[in-house]
Design a protein around this ligand. Sequence first.
Ligand code: HEM
Length: 107
Amino acid sequence: DPELVAKGAKAFKKCKACHQVGEGAKNRTGPILNGIIGATAGQVDGFKYSKPMMAAAESGLVWNEQELAAFLAKPKKYMKGTKMSFSGLKKEKDIAAILAYLQSVSQ
Ligand code: HEM
């Protein structure tokens, strides 16, 4: 749905302070998010994750849409001790839009 993707690109502005996507993306405060949907957590080369994120990675957390939606709604509640300092997305519509956008940049 191209409209949802466009909405997601707008909503992704909230993430851009810390995350880059697309060609030439670099790790900043947060890791690159290329290909994140369906990826195992904590796998971006050269990024230093928190201990709980590394533990989640070791126990095989995969960022499917359901896990991402839960994480993005309330990061600190979803993962105690995560170093993602973001309060979360209140609107389910924003979450759906951002997931559509992330999917679109991951092709
Ligand atoms: C981690 C998405 C906002 C900083 C992550 C991860 C995702 C994500 C999917 C896990 C990456 C992985 O496992 O490789 C998003 C989205 C955002 C957002 C979609 C906007 C809605 C932010 C903001 C900041 C931030 C605003 C900085 C203030 C981080 C950091 C990590 C992280 C530091 C690593 C967490 C850890 O190791 O515990 N983010 N993020 N993110 N994000 Fe974000």
